[in-house]
Write a protein that binds this ligand. Sequence first.
Ligand code: HEC
Length: 145
Amino acid sequence: MRWLAISRTTVLVLITVQAGAAQAAGDATRGADIFRQNCAMCHSPEPGQNLVGPSLFSVVGRAAASIASFSYSSAMKSSGIVWTADQLKAYLKAPRKYVPGVKMMFPGLTDEQDRENVVAFLATLRNAAGGGADATTQAKASRSD
Ligand code: HEC
């Protein structure tokens, strides 16, 4: 039975490490509420669904203005941003100051913890295999226009 005790300890260590990482990156469950209250009227979390704003499926890690079926402002197209967690937090603090001329009519999230949490939620919007961003890129590459 000794092996059982060892494997239990291992599992506990893994859980502790994961909980630590989740905390540092914000609380995705709270982030989902913030998303519903502040973003969902303009953004869908589903792939390929654009509303007033582009789908935010697999937004973390993708280049700004890379959804081919969405008509972005020239400000967003020429921003050169790649949506890392840090870039998202900076943008969401004051979108129209961070990227002047952007057509996202949202004043920003003033609370730093809210920004952490909503970005943690955005990071969950991807395929289980983590292939969301790739799928977007491939779809874009295969379009002829
Ligand atoms: C009033 C509508 C509206 C609200 C509310 C809104 N957005 Fe947007 N968002 C837009 C529009 C429109 C764009 C496209 C901007 C452009 O092209 O200039 C955009 C762009 C973005 C982008 C860049 C996407 C890309 O593909 O490059 C991100 C990220 C984003 N929004 C996140 C959020 C988050 C997170 C929230 C909530 C905290 C939010 N937005 C709230 C309308 C909105």
